[in-house]
Design a protein around this ligand. Structure first.
Ligand SMILES: [Zn+2]
Length: 279
């Protein structure tokens, strides 16, 4: 890591160093030239405190992780979190599945956890979509060969990986495009990947439902839980991208909404597509 990549956690101004040493046991934290505050107070803090501040979406803690730590293992986190997301979708147990089950009118076919909302009006899905809807109808897993069941996990993994690739690409390209109109930070792909992995940790809040949820869990509880996690996750991404790109609020919210839409659309079309070419 080169020295110039450090940033003040309070204002985002570049800093040459986080601390200076005066002898073997004397260490002095650097002051920011812009806001006169300590550049990074978190280097003295316990990691647990940093984690708590991250959960509370503190911008200072986010800057600390993205700019002032090495955070080398972000790609491990990236893969583990994709696996977690895959597990939810594979079990038919996520907000994304609930939306698909509702829009495509897929009823419970004794597969675990197919939550479905009965809409007051019937949505008729137009043609190119309705055939992909059929691709989401899951076979009864009890009667299914274990090998096919496992294969389905890899298919969902690829599909979600494609969705996330589209998500990151959409954000990066749209931010580049909007850079022509409003002030923005120059962001490298690695910083973007680190920020993505950091924000995606909000997915961990789906764990209680994935672990303890069962067939007796009321659908309303399930929907409420996943909806709250989604909103938290959206706000988390919004905050991290505001810190990363320093773009205006409306632009960030707009780009994030489009990227989410692109991600879920990709996964929706990708799963039936991979199932078709691998069957
Ligand atoms: Zn500062």
């Amino acid at each position: 890591m080169t020295e110039s990549t450090y940033k003040c956690v309070n204002c985002g101004e570049k800093a040459s160093a986080l601390y200076r040493t005066y002898g073997p046991s004397v260490l002095k934290l650097t002051k920011c030239e812009n806001c006169k505050g300590v550049v990074d107070k978190y280097i003295e803090y316990d990691p647990v405190i940093v984690m708590i501040d991250l959960v509370l979406m503190s911008k200072e803690a986010q800057r600390h992780i993205i700019y002032n730590t090495e955070f080398k293992s972000y790609w491990k986190l990236f893969i583990i979190l994709i696996m977690l997301e895959t597990y939810g979708v594979w079990r038919n147990d996520s907000l994304f599945n609930i939306v698909i089950n509702t829009v495509c009118d897929i009823r419970n076919n004794s597969t675990i956890n197919s939550t479905h909302i009965t809409l007051p009006i019937k949505i008729s899905v137009p043609e190119p979509w309705s055939s992909d809807c059929k691709g989401w109808v899951q076979e009864d897993k009890e009667a299914m060969d274990l090998f096919i069941w496992e294969k389905d996990f890899y298919i969902q993994f690829l599909s979600i990986f494609a969705g996330i690739t589209v998500f990151i690409t959409t954000i990066h390209l749209l931010m580049k495009f909007f850079k022509n109109f409003c002030f923005q930070n120059e962001v490298s792909l690695i910083s973007l990947m680190k920020s993505f992995s950091l924000s995606n940790m909000s997915l961990l809040f789906t764990l209680p439902m994935l672990v303890w949820g069962n067939n007796d869990t009321p659908p309303e509880t399930r929907i409420l839980h996943y909806l709250m996690v989604f909103i938290y996750s959206f706000v988390f991404f919004y905050n991290v991208f505001r810190v990363l790109y320093e773009s205006p609020k409306t632009v960030t919210a707009f780009i994030l909404s489009i990227s989410y839409f692109a991600k879920y659309m990709t996964t929706f079309h990708m799963t039936p597509f991979i199932r078709r070419i691998t069957s």
